[in-house]
Design a protein around this ligand. Structure first.
Ligand SMILES: Cc1cc2nc3c(=O)[nH]c(=O)nc-3n(C[C@H](O)[C@H](O)[C@H](O)COP(=O)(O)O)c2cc1C
Length: 165
């Protein structure tokens, strides 16, 4: 699929570098977590989003099983800073983040994972490739991975991209 919404990729990069975006997964216990790392570009003649999720995250466990996720980006005039902080510090193992914290799981169009209803821009993604980090630069390894929780990289086709509200 090709993204046709003007500026969607830039808004995604802006969001993750300034506060974060919500990565949501579905299945029996839908969950969302804040992401600050990622990219979007061309792989295999498709629009592909790459996200990095550490194995310690509850989201990782679900993503491994479901193979689908969404990324929801807050609107500029509603940055959802408190909610991003919450989703980025509390684990879905301990709390249902879609209950009582100002985050609504709304149905997506093409994947089983929900979108965050309070956000303005949404990407629906299907994982094409997952890969472990290998040959890590010695300057990066000790700073970001002192306890070895190396991110899994997910390269996922953007199967839908749209705005709500
Ligand atoms: C601004 C911000 C950005 C983050 N980016 C990532 C990320 O890209 N990858 C990751 O694995 N964790 C990231 N985190 C940490 C997770 O969001 C956090 O550990 C979360 O509680 C995991 O939730 P879960 O256990 O329900 O999956 C980030 C946290 C914050 C606050």
């Amino acid at each position: 699929m090709r993204i046709v919404l003007p500026g969607a990729e830039t808004r995604f990069i802006e969001a993750i570098t300034h506060g974060g975006a919500f990565l949501s997964v579905g299945g029996p216990r839908p969950n969302t977590m804040t992401i600050g790392w990622g990219s979007i570009g061309d792989f295999w003649n498709r629009d592909v989003m790459t996200v990095a999720v550490r194995p310690s995250r509850f989201t990782h466990e679900i993503l491994e099983r479901e193979g689908e996720f969404t990324v929801s980006v807050p609107a500029a005039d509603r940055p959802l800073s408190r909610e991003l902080r919450f989703a980025g510090t509390v684990s879905g193992r301990d709390e249902d983040k879609f209950r009582g914290h100002g985050l609504t799981a709304a149905p997506a169009k093409s994947v089983g994972a929900p979108i965050v209803g309070e956000c303005a821009l949404h990407f629906e993604c299907r994982v094409l490739c997952r890969t472990e980090m290998d040959h890590m630069d010695p300057g990066v390894l000790p700073r970001f991975y002192p306890d070895g929780d190396l991110h899994t990289l997910y390269l996922a086709e953007v199967v839908a991209c749209y705005e709500t509200k």
